[in-house]
Design a protein around this ligand. Structure first.
Ligand code: ADQ
Length: 477
């Protein structure tokens, strides 16, 4: 079996990666089944120009950790990745810092990483690159003469083409993305948006065989919804028995402006206002670990949220009851899962999210005989397949407030029925299936690219026909 060279922004120790959340959990889940070399930033900043690479082995897999200089950290990581691509891809053009001149450093780090990866490659290695920090990495690898299969998985959403086109460097990004053999996205909506972007930015062509042709490059695009490892939930127990007096609603979100936290707090405040009979009987436990705190937009959201929590508590608390528990820290995963299980409702209401693993973890943590209710934003990628949740528009505060009441009062039979269907989907779309499916399609896409690259354009189709045809790789089917 070929080695898989996994590249992601942050690399954590293989023995503790499952504690880290998000992308790291998704990657760590594939390591038992594959021989993996996991390459990326180890989190250290070098105060000299010495940016060496540290290797650590664990069984047959190993990590290779890069350091970043202060300038690279500020302009590549905080700059282009998190102050241009992240806000634009989450439809927040108003927060994007287009004029800061970060792109050169972004490309330079991609190039440096490409050189380090090329140096450790074997001819049959498969390269799997993750996320928005590395939109240009495949181009650098190809320029260095790398002919291995190169796949890309984007964990965040693809915005509508009109937003993507606002990035001044969009043409360069489109040509660089076309150097991947396979681009995996979270949802079908993202697939449609990326195809539109290729058509509009660089006049790409949709091919009858299901690929997209950009100049002489052929790239396949499909959705592979990220899943979770169900085995991690087999022994979860509640952290506290549900009290007859106080019912817990839980929220777990990195403190990010994409997660809709102010809207969630306002909806909860409205619910308490409209239904005072729940006062003293319900709490919202919002766990919101800090993230990217040196960026202004993240400081702003923190201040806004603290004010909102304070005003809801000030307005509704009494001496024996506080309606909002606001916890600005991380928990170990076993503890987190037991908090999910002890909560009657989960409010997962991002304004935009690639997938949202918390929604899946909440469902997987429940006691099937007495499950809680998932309230889920229609703008989370997870909503595409978890349609048996209570789906809400997080911008519609009264609608979310009503959904809280419906969730709290939902009869056991309906809770069991919805939970059963949600669990069925999560079991089917688990993390092992996700990585195996992506890697299988990557091999096929690579073979296809070798066949057609540099050949004359074949028969093209319209985007409507393309979607109708379903192409056999759509959703990894
Ligand atoms: P994130 O934006 O980080 O991930 P999410 O999918 O919700 O968002 O994953 C968060 C992870 O962190 C979960 O596994 C959760 O359990 C963990 N976590 C959150 N708060 C925690 C806390 N206080 N203590 C410990 N662990 C905590 C990105 C994209 C998502 C996409 C994932 C995976 O933005 O849309 O679902 O990648 O593809």
């Amino acid at each position: 079996m070929p080695r898989v060279i996994v590249v992601s922004n942050r690399v954590t120790d293989l023995s503790s990666a499952r504690q880290a959340g998000g992308v790291a959990v998704a990657i760590a889940d594939m390591i038992p089944d594959q021989q993996v070399v996991w390459f990326g930033w180890g989190g250290a900043i070098s105060h000299t120009t010495d940016t060496g690479y540290g290797e650590t082995s664990c069984g047959r897999s190993k990590t290779v950790k890069a350091t970043l200089t202060q300038e690279e950290h500020d302009q590549f990581y905080l700059g282009y990745a998190n102050s241009v691509v992240w806000p634009v891809f989450h439809n927040r053009l108003d927060l994007a810092q287009f004029e800061a001149g970060y792109f050169d450093t972004y490309k330079r780090v991609n190039r440096r990483f490409a050189e380090a990866i090329a140096a450790l490659l074997r001819p049959d290695d498969v390269i799997w690159i993750h996320d928005y920090h590395f939109l240009t990495l495949a181009k650098d690898l190809r320029d260095l003469g790398v002919r291995n299969a190169i796949g890309f998985f984007l964990h965040i959403p693809v915005p509508p083409a009109q937003a993507f086109l606002a990035i001044p460097e969009h043409v360069e990004l489109a040509h660089a993305l076309a150097c991947y053999d396979l681009i995996g996205l979270q949802t079908k909506l993202d697939v449609g948006n990326l195809i539109d972007f290729f058509l509009q930015s660089v006049f790409g062509h949709l091919m009858r065989d299901g690929s997209v042709r950009v100049g002489k490059q052929s790239v396949r695009i499909a959705s592979f919804p990220v899943g979770i490892d169900l085995a991690a939930f087999s022994a979860v127990s509640s952290d506290l028995e549900r009290s007859a007096i106080e019912t817990r609603i839980v929220g777990v979100d990195r403190l990010d402006y994409t997660k809709g936290l102010p809207q969630k707090f306002r909806a909860y405040g409205k619910f308490l206002h409209d239904h005072p009979e729940f006062k003293g009987r319900v709490v919202l436990a919002q766990i919101a670990p800090p993230t990217r705190e040196s960026l202004e937009a993240y400081c702003d959201i923190r201040v806004e949220l603290e004010n909102l929590a304070g005003s809801i508590n000030g307005l509704h608390s009494d001496l024996s009851w506080t309606p909002v528990q606001y916890l600005h820290r991380t928990f170990d995963r076993e503890h987190l899962f037991s908090i999910y299980r002890g909560s009657k409702v989960a409010l997962v209401t991002p304004l935009r999210d690639g997938m949202n693993l918390v929604a899946k973890e909440y469902v997987a943590s429940q006691n099937s005989d007495d499950p809680g209710v998932l309230v889920l934003s229609r703008f989370a990628g997870a909503a595409e397949s978890l349609s048996d949740a209570l789906i809400v528009n997080p911008y519609n505060i009264p609608e979310t407030a009503d959904a809280i009441k419906v969730a709290l009062e939902m009869p056991l039979a309906e809770r069991k029925q919805r939970h059963g269907k949600l669990l069925e989907t999560i079991t089917k779309e688990n993390s092992a299936q996700w990585s195996a499916n992506f890697l299988t399609h990557l091999t096929a896409a690579h073979r296809h690219r070798l066949d057609v690259n540099d050949k004359p354009l074949g028969q093209t189709v319209t985007s409507t026909d393309w979607f109708k045809q379903k192409s056999g790789i759509e959703k990894g089917a």
